[in-house]
Design a protein around this ligand. Structure first.
Ligand SMILES: Cc1cc2nc3c(=O)[nH]c(=O)nc-3n(C[C@H](O)[C@H](O)[C@H](O)COP(=O)(O)OP(=O)(O)OC[C@H]3O[C@@H](n4cnc5c(N)ncnc54)[C@H](O)[C@@H]3O)c2cc1C
Ligand SMILES: *[C@@H]1O[C@H](CO)[C@@H](O)[C@H](O)[C@H]1NC(C)=O
Ligand SMILES: *[C@@H]1O[C@H](CO)[C@@H](O)[C@H](O)[C@H]1NC(C)=O
Ligand SMILES: *[C@@H]1O[C@H](CO)[C@@H](O)[C@H](O)[C@H]1NC(C)=O
Length: 498
């Protein structure tokens, strides 16, 4: 055992990663102790410094690498319990990793020194068609979830677009995609979760069992335990569907302001439940794209009130597709992923969940786009999801039904700035901070929500708590106190117990 621990520990100590030198020897003892504890308990691990370990901790966002003290690779719930017990008894913080796609690398702790419980082998997916439910292991990735649900009886759940995202992190903090306006967030489909708590007991959380925990898990799950399995409500995979893209070119800022203003008005009151749509801006194009669940004729009638207020599109595609092709149209690659999935980017990202944008905010957003973003040569984009409004299944759920705090957000903005090779420049951060700031400073008396699934590494803990959970945060701290007072499950932006 000492043979595989020592090199990593020495490396960590040598580069001064996280121990002040005065505590080095006690930390070394602690690290040796956690390895001994995991081994004694029969928990499978990847040895620190091994090729498997190095690969498993490689985050989606290469800008934010962190080094855990140990990495458990459980294949049973008992393994997860034993791993949590080892860490808790030694005062080591635990983070679950499902798909490893957290923008702030929270799946590997978001800082050095955590025990990571990698859920990759919790990838079973079993549909019970008679009850329209499915048991889904949290380590399963979305493309495999969608494929398995479809193959086992034509079922589906609402989820995000990228096939490599883990259903664990996605569902515990939101889960938005091109069926969410119609069917809600991924977390809205959770009927039950099997959870290993900080004291290493395993419980079921549902509307009737541990309902306070169930509430907290659906929006802030990372802070409350390790979920091993979900039971989801499924729906019949819709088919055929209308998959569409309209590309625009705005000749002036005023034209862009009018278009975004029209999109907001349409989202608030006109957009039917069956329509799912996103407005995307990047250096190359400006598009409205999405999916409509219904006939071509019904789609044409549904989109017409919006198109009639916009400039004529440069180009459009409107196609009819079956369910898996509908997903593939937005998946950026094949749905199926393998256990050694290995895709990464280097980026800084932010989000904003406004309940409305004032005219001044839209004007400021567009001015920043034309005057600043158009001269940024990095590979940036902004996606404005049409999240809420009268027709949205997300907004129809009561604001306090789950800890997800953004039911009334009209848009879900994602701001993303990446480099295609090399490191993200240290002078890059003001670009997106300034773009978000263009909106927030135009509406100075508004508290803006942000989306933890687009975790923004530049937020302090206090800023994160307010932006991610808004007025749900105090209740979350109370539940944290009941289930995890010692903060066994944590990361730099997690819920605090006091
Ligand atoms: C390429 C890409 C595309 C994306 N597309 C979408 C999209 O379309 N829609 C959308 O809503 N979001 C999208 N996201 C954001 C995504 O939802 C979040 O990054 C999500 O948290 C990732 O989950 P994960 O399991 O892959 O990540 P991880 O990094 O493994 O986990 C994320 C967080 O959840 C916690 N966690 C993970 N598993 C468990 C568990 N079993 N029990 C308790 N806590 C757990 C982790 O500790 C961490 O805090 C996308 C992200 C990327 C990188
Ligand atoms: C997945 O299913 C297989 C076959 O039923 C079973 O042996 C295995 O224990 C399951 N894995 C988990 C993590 O539940
Ligand atoms: C913000 O609130 C302050 C104090 O209540 C008020 O004076 C100001 O007019 C408000 N600003 C806006 C833009 O609403
Ligand atoms: C574990 O924690 C839960 C939640 O706080 C509590 O209900 C349960 O009694 C605890 N179990 C043990 C064995 O301490």
């Amino acid at each position: 055992m000492a043979i595989h621990i020592a090199p990593t520990l020495l490396a960590l100590v040598t580069v001064g990663v996280f121990f002040p030198s005065t505590v080095t020897s006690s930390v070394l003892q602690k690290l040796a102790a956690v390895d001994t504890c995991l081994t004694t308990a029969g928990v499978p691990t990847y040895a620190s410094g091994s090729a498997d370990f190095t690969q498993a901790i490689k985050p989606f966002n290469l800008r934010l690498p962190f080094t855990p003290v140990a990495l458990a690779v459980p294949s049973t719930v008992a393994h997860v319990q034993a791993a949590v017990s080892c860490a808790a008894s030694l005062g080591i913080t635990v983070s679950a990793k499902s798909g490893g796609h957290s923008y702030a690398s929270h799946g590997i702790g978001g800082e050095n020194g955590h025990l990571i419980v990698d859920m990759l082998y919790f990838n079973n997916i079993t549909v019970d068609k008679s009850s329209s439910t499915a048991m889904v292991g949290t380590g399963a990735r979305l493309g495999n979830v969608a494929t398995a649900l479809y193959n086992q009886g034509g079922q589906a759940i609402s989820h995000g677009t990228c096939p490599g995202v883990g259903v664990g992190g996605l569902a515990l903090h939101g889960g938005y995609g091109f069926s969410s306006h119609t069917h809600g967030l991924t977390l809205d489909g959770i009927l039950e979760a099997t959870v290993v708590l900080a004291n290493s007991t395993v419980v079921t959380a549902s509307a009737t069992q541990n309902p306070d925990l169930f509430w907290a898990l659906r929006g802030a799950g990372a802070s409350f335990g390790i979920v091993t399995n979900f039971k989801f409500q499924t729906f019949t995979a819709p088919s055929p569907n209308i998959v569409f893209t309209y590309m625009f070119s705005f000749g002036s800022q005023q034209q862009a302001v009018s278009a975004i203003s029209a999109i907001q008005t349409y989202t608030r009151s006109t957009m039917p439940t069956e329509l799912n749509m996103r407005f995307t801006i990047n250096p190359y194009s400006t598009t409205l794209s999405g999916v409509y669940y219904g006939s071509q004729a019904a789609f044409t009638a549904a989109i017409q009130p919006l198109l009639s207020t916009m400039p004529a599109p440069l180009y459009n595609t409107v196609q009819s597709m079956g369910w898996l092709d509908t997903l593939t149209a937005y998946s950026n690659g094949a749905l199926a992923t393998t256990l050694n999935y290995d895709y990464h980017e280097t980026f800084f990202a932010k989000s904003l969940m406004p309940s409305e944008l004032s005219d001044a905010a839209i004007t400021a957003f567009v001015a920043y786009w034309f005057n600043t973003a158009k001269s940024n040569t990095r590979d940036w984009y902004v996606m404005m999801d049409l999240h809420g409004g009268a027709g949205s299944a997300i907004s129809k759920v009561a604001a306090d039904a789950t800890s997800y705090a953004h039911r009334d957000a009209i848009f879900k903005f994602q701001f993303y700035d990446r480099v295609d090779s090399g490191t993200y420049p240290s002078n890059g951060f003001p670009f997106l901070n300034g773009w978000v700031g263009s909106i927030t400073s135009a509406m100075p008396n508004t508290t803006f929500g942000m989306y933890i699934n687009y975790a923004d590494s530049s937020l302090t803990a206090d800023q994160a708590h307010t932006a991610y959970w808004l007025d749900h945060y105090p209740k979350l701290t109370t539940i944290k106190m009941a289930y995890d007072p010692k903060k066994v499950f944590s990361n730099p932006q997690a819920i605090l117990s006091t």
